[in-house]
Ligand binder design. Structure first.
Ligand code: MN
Length: 281
């Protein structure tokens, strides 16, 4: 099994950060497939040990948990994710997950829901994933999650959204969900956007960060399931993620990376850079 090269903790209990993969395409409706290769691609790219934006990476503090295996039944897959990940969160580990398509996020949020504490999510994605469907899929994550008792959707934030269906727009308006489009990144400084995010998250809530890499402009992250022009720059996302890290998030997932569509590893290296910064202290 491949391992993240900077993950040198021998067991879960020795670590503060857990890296894990959830390789699947099962929840994706787009024709572009190949997300199952994403976790191992990130492991391959982990050879370069960058100096983080701030702090230091301590490899002895990072454990590579391997992949959570996924089958053909999405409901079973979600149960597996919920069960495995809730155990890790219960041990107070910061969890970094590489997908998989966005549908895995519903399993992760169900796992966090089991911690019995209110939680907010900063959901960074070109899509709000608020679609309603009979079966969970990659476009319904936040709609499906609304029923979770501890998920505080009203005090969560959407960042990078630009491909929005009318029904999703209605929910955002009705529930008055704080959101920032890529245009807002031209209108305001990232520091100002960050301050608004910070203010909106109740002090007692847990915070989780969820990043669909298609939030970034496809010119800077081409290896994604849905090509949505007009996105954030790689520098904007790195800067924002480093600001968000100061709010002590309990974990981060990065989804929708499809290595075979990458150009010179631009997308993969950006993802590695983001997790490297996240795991620095
Ligand atoms: Mn998306």
């Amino acid at each position: 099994m491949k391992k993240l090269k900077i993950a040198q903790a021998k067991k879960v209990s020795e670590s503060e950060f857990i890296f894990l993969g959830i390789p699947t395409d099962i929840g994706a409706a787009s024709a572009r497939k190949g997300r199952i290769m994403a976790p191992d691609k990130v492991r391959d790219l982990s050879e370069d040990w960058f100096i983080p934006f701030s702090g230091k990476v301590n490899p002895k503090n990072i454990f590579d948990y391997g992949n959570i295996r996924q089958g053909k039944d999405i409901l079973k897959n979600l149960d597996t994710i919920e069960n495995e990940i809730s155990k890790l969160f219960a041990q107070n580990k910061k969890i970094v997950t590489i997908g998989g398509d966005c549908s895995i996020k519903y399993g992760i949020l169900r796992g966090i829901n089991r911690l019995k504490k209110k939680f907010s999510v900063v959901y960074i994605d070109s899509h709000p994933d608020l679609m309603m469907k009979d079966m969970p899929y990659y476009g319904s994550v936040l709609n499906d999650s609304m029923a979770l008792k501890n998920f505080d959707l009203k005090n969560s934030v959407l960042v990078g959204i630009r491909e929005i269906e009318p029904d999703e727009h209605d929910i955002i308006e009705k529930k008055n969900i704080l959101h920032f489009t890529p245009m807002d990144f031209k209108r305001f400084t990232i520091d100002a956007i960050f301050e608004k995010i910070k203010k909106s998250i109740p002090k007692n809530n847990l915070l989780y960060l969820s990043l669909d890499i298609d939030a970034v402009d496809p010119s800077m992250a081409p290896a994604v399931g849905c090509i949505a022009p007009g996105g954030l720059t790689s520098n904007e996302i790195l800067y924002l993620m480093n600001k968000l890290k100061t709010l002590n998030p309990i974990g981060l997932d990065i989804t929708e990376f499809i290595p075979k569509f990458d150009i010179n590893d631009i997308t993969g290296k950006l993802i590695y850079r983001i997790i490297n910064d996240f795991m620095a202290k």
